[in-house]
Write a protein that binds this ligand. Structure first.
Ligand code: PLP
Length: 284
């Protein structure tokens, strides 16, 4: 069965989906994206993802407000690709559109809208046993709060992790831990959870919103304050969280064992509650 994608209003086979070489996404990475996970056919935190999408569009002044169409677009894609009622991901990308290459915003340009779906199973081996991460300098720009398709520093960091048999690279900027190349980062000390506050230096993670709620509901103290890289060695537990990472324990960072080298109890509790939420969900 040919994979069906959505491009500019049409559902078409992927091998027939073409974007102009003058698309500004291609030339300038002038665009933004979202990734949403569906559990049992239902989107998890759909409204939060749409809020972030709206914000990303606004922050780079892409004039596109017809976001209501997407719920049906995604559902159609899932059905046409045989992915309804299972764990699946939606990737949505909106670029400023296609135009002769000029740097400033062209006039009368129509955004390019592309969406695709894919199987997106939880990685139970990693969720249960934990993973290795590396640390690396945060060389990204100063608007990491925008979910921009300009991901070269993230790609370079992820590759650096990959060649060291790690699943994620954790960025450090000026001695402070910011986030992962494709996840948010949290650490635990004496039962208190620490994570970088939302700012221009990190992406406001949707999973982080969920963890905030879980902490509140379970009387777990969460402090949103930059963690000093120098303090990492003293942390009892670490985790990477995100739409794909879900709540993945970190058991090794660079050459250092985290805690006792096994997933920590706070991490596992948060993981448990996270899955309770998306099982019971359809949560929008
Ligand atoms: C850089 C970065 N930070 C954090 C996250 C986590 O965000 P979310 O929980 O919305 O998936 C992601 C994406 O997964 C990301 O790419």
């Amino acid at each position: 069965m040919a994979e069906i994608v959505y491009l500019n209003g049409n559902f078409i086979p992927k091998n027939e989906a073409f974007v102009s070489p003058e698309d500004r996404g291609f030339n300038f990475a002038d665009g933004i994206y979202e990734v949403i996970k569906y559990y049992g056919g239902k989107p998890f935190r759909y409204a939060d993802h749409m809020d972030r999408l709206r914000r990303s569009l606004r922050e780079i002044s892409i004039d596109f407000d017809d976001l209501n169409q997407f719920e049906v677009v995604f559902q159609t894609l899932l059905e046409q690709n045989g992915l309804a009622n299972q764990e699946a991901g939606v990737y949505l990308q909106i670029s400023r559109g296609s135009h002769t290459r000029i740097h400033q915003f062209p006039e009368n340009i129509k955004p390019t809208v592309y969406a695709t779906v894919f199987p997106f199973s939880s990685k139970w081996d990693q969720l249960e046993n934990g993973v290795k991460v590396i640390t690396t300098e945060d060389i990204r720009w100063l608007r990491c709060d925008i979910k921009s398709i300009s991901l070269l520093p993230n790609v370079l960091a992820a590759e650096k992790a990959h060649v060291q048999n790690a699943v994620e690279a954790i960025f450090i900027r000026n001695g402070i831990v910011t986030e992962g190349s494709h996840s948010s980062f949290m650490a635990v000390k004496n039962g208190v959870v620490y994570t970088h506050p939302d700012s221009n230096l990190i992406l406001p993670g949707i999973t982080k919103i969920v963890i905030r709620e879980i902490c509140r509901e379970n009387n777990i103290r969460l402090i949103e304050e930059g963690i000093l890289a120098a303090e990492l060695v003293n942390m009892d537990e670490m985790m990477v969280i995100g739409t794909g990472s879900e709540v993945t324990p970190v058991v090794q960072m660079d050459d250092m064992m985290v805690g006792n080298g096994h997933p920590g109890s706070v991490t596992l509790l948060l993981q448990d509650k996270f899955f309770e939420k998306n099982q019971s969900s359809g949560v929008k």
